[in-house]
Write a protein that binds this ligand. Structure first.
Ligand SMILES: *Cc1c(COP(=O)(O)O)cnc(C)c1O
Length: 369
């Protein structure tokens, strides 16, 4: 039986090994290891790639969210609207700043924020909205921006899962006031360690985040502090690796999309719900998520057949233990709750071949027989 992992990072490394090793050696020889020329070049390349003016490299995707909301002035007493169906970090940073996450139910097809429910969740304390481009498909940004503009809200895209996807011809990252990326190794643009970035057109916000990432340093000198900040910086090794990977990203994303289309076709007729991809945006399938009424048994069956699978996300954030004080009950956000019991990821990465995909689909069929 051939084993198929959910993700194979070594397979990708093998395709770029020579270039990566050269770049890493170059950094080691350079004597600059944190916030140097590789980071600066990478910041500019990501800004250019996404069609924004500024890139600010930070330590990880969580900090990218945290520093941006902090620089935007979010704090105690504020409410920030976001999705309950995302990685915990999206809401965590809001709480970390002393603000309150307000969860809006999701679209049952795309799993992104249901924009028709935004108005009902708005109060006079609402200051920002953090849409997540979940699993690699941009949220309904036109509607979100229209809503935010009408109420004067700050819009931060959590684009951790959507590097390179686009929406009506514009790249994820350029669709709100600011956007954040994660370069955690499993993300579709991932380093060999932690990393993150903020992109924005806003000069003042950029200056604020650049200051916050180095302890709130003022423009006067390293030893003048204008605010309470963080130590959150991107390192040269990660930037050097990511600059190489950025060159291949579009072709890797294309490969993901092709593989997703093959799965869509091969899974037809089986009792699993395949992903919905909207026509006016590109889904880059950070994860290929399907739904099954028999999820837990199916996951077990696939694992027994050597197929790597993962449940995303089994606990919607409004029902997390730590958020009991927010006062949500089961039944408050019924779609996120129902989908969290049915959804899971099948293996998908650019280096997978068709035979492997067929093997996965065969295993699904075998389970249902
Ligand atoms: C991965 C991820 C993050 C956090 O990124 P880290 O680099 O792991 O800190 C935030 N939001 C979403 C949606 C993510 O998938």
């Amino acid at each position: 039986m051939r084993k198929t992992p959910l993700l194979d990072l070594k397979a990708q490394y093998r395709t770029i090994r020579r270039e990566v090793e050269q770049a890493v050696m170059g950094v080691l020889e350079s004597g600059r290891y944190i916030l140097g020329p590789e980071v600066e070049a990478f910041e500019q390349e990501v800004a250019r790639f996404t069609g924004t003016r500024y890139g600010i490299g930070v330590a990880n995707g969580t900090d990218a969210l945290l520093l941006t909301l902090d620089a935007a002035g979010i704090g105690p007493g504020d409410e920030v609207i976001t999705s309950p169906f995302t990685f915990f970090a999206t809401a965590e940073v809001i709480s970390r700043l002393g603000a309150k996450p307000v969860f809006v139910d999701i679209d049952p097809n795309t799993y992104n924020l249901d924009v028709s429910q935004l108005e009902a969740k708005r109060t006079e304390k609402t200051r920002a909205i953090v849409p997540v481009h979940i699993f690699g498909q941009p949220a309904d940004m036109d509607e979100i921006n229209r809503f935010a503009e009408a109420c004067g809200l700050f819009v931060l895209e959590d684009a951790a899962q959507a590097f390179g996807s686009d929406y009506k011809g514009r790249k994820a990252g350029s669709l709100g006031h600011a956007a954040t990326f994660s370069f955690f190794p499993t993300k579709n643009l991932g380093g060999y360690g932690d990393g993150g970035m903020v992109v924005t057109d806003n000069e003042e916000l950029t200056a604020g985040i650049r200051s916050l990432r180095v302890h709130g340093r003022s423009h006067r000198s390293k030893y003048h502090n204008a605010r309470i900040g963080y130590n959150s910086r991107l390192d040269e090794l990660q930037a050097a690796v990511l600059r190489i990977k950025l060159k291949y990203l579009e072709s890797w994303n294309r490969a993901r999309r092709e593989k997703a289309r093959l799965y869509d076709r091969m899974l037809k007729g089986l009792p699993v719900v395949t992903p919905t991809a909207r026509e006016d945006r590109t889904h880059i399938y950070h994860l290929y998520i399907v739904q099954s009424e028999d999820r837990d048994a199916l996951l077990k069956g696939l694992q027994e057949r050597g197929i790597g699978v993962g449940s995303y996300y089994p606990v919607p954030l409004h029902l997390q233990e730590v958020y009991r004080d927010l006062g949500y009950q089961e039944g408050d956000l019924p779609r996120a709750e129902a989908i969290s019991k049915r959804s899971f990821a099948l293996p998908l990465y650019p280096e997978m071949d068709e035979e492997m995909l067929q093997g996965v689909v065969e295993a699904v069929k075998a389970f249902y027989r």
